[in-house]
Design a binder for this molecule. Sequence first.
Ligand code: PMP
Length: 400
Amino acid sequence: MNKLIAGLEQQLAQLDAQSLRRRRRTTESPCAPRVQVDGRAMLAFCSNDYLGLAAHPRIVDALQQGASLYGAGSGASHLISGHSRAHAELEERLAEFVAPQIADARALYFCTGYMANIAILSALSGSGADLFSESLNHASLIDGARLSRANVQVYPHGDLDKLASLLAASTADSKMVVTDSVFSMDGDLAALPQLLALCEQHGAWLVVDDAHGFGVLGEHGRGVLEHFALRSPNLVYMGTLGKAAGVAGAFVAAHKSVIEWMVQRARPYIYTTAAPPAVAHALLTSLEIIGGAEGAERRAHLQTLIAQWRSALQLQRWQALASDTAIQPVVIGANDEAMKIAAALYEQNIWVPAIRPPTVPAGTARLRVTLSAAHTAEQVTQLVGVLQQLEQQDSNDSDF
Ligand code: PMP
């Protein structure tokens, strides 16, 4: 056999041996708690569609209308001819959305959150700069930090004292602190008020990745900055639009000079084809729903489900992490054990993904349960019951 291929196949076999091989399943219906997967009707607790907007009829209509108005593709990057009226309107609406938190705000729309994070870090930090990164940050921030060529220092999860001492010791002209707002595999919130105070004290940017907060947190769904009532020119905010907003893409919001600098320098913005304008058009409806009465009702229902889950779930050996958000992980520990439990859930037509290293630290493989406003209380009760039963069976098995 070809040596290159044989080498890869050997490494894939090693992944299998460690229960680390990742596999995809194919969905055959819109994203919703009741979803058709590989020909099978499943109850899903795995999407990031926190408000249940991914299949919302008004947003689907808007997407179709956007295709009629603008066609299928944008045809070029934003700085050539791909920047449509739909993109421009979306950016204006997003800037209005975050205006209470950021003075003189402007917003920039990106195809994905992954690209937006790389854009922020590589455009606003660079060689000679100090970049302080939370240890549980998302992969896109880690990659952005690498691409920035800054001197990267990782501070332990939630360790503000350590961060304060690193900032105090920094002699760089340019400093940046980078953090997820809601940690994507743990569900807990960063201490943003304290982080912002430190950044202001030390003249550092605070980059906040609110992928899992935008649309969900804050009275009007404006995200974590609204939740904590934060406002500062040091803030650079990233919100994604493929999770709670139900469509696709992401945006960066900051003081208008920051955004203008990114238009000039952010390579993931400049050197890629603009997202289809229809997507931006659909997002206008999504924002309307998030900011209106329906959004408020959906957030309230989600909060009720989170409270129900937290009070109902009683585990003996597995650990439900302390989280008040829609991300409710159950830590199992070993990779093969987490895979076994996810498979047992799947047998009962419940779809919850097992998350393993390197996405989470070794020994903390977990079920990442995500709740959505599209779930019902009965569905949450069902998941709690099945999980508790599986844990019981699991401990009986290991008694032998
Ligand atoms: N940041 C965080 C914290 C995320 O969880 C994700 C998506 N999993 C991203 C950024 C990337 O966003 P997108 O999916 O839009 O690329």
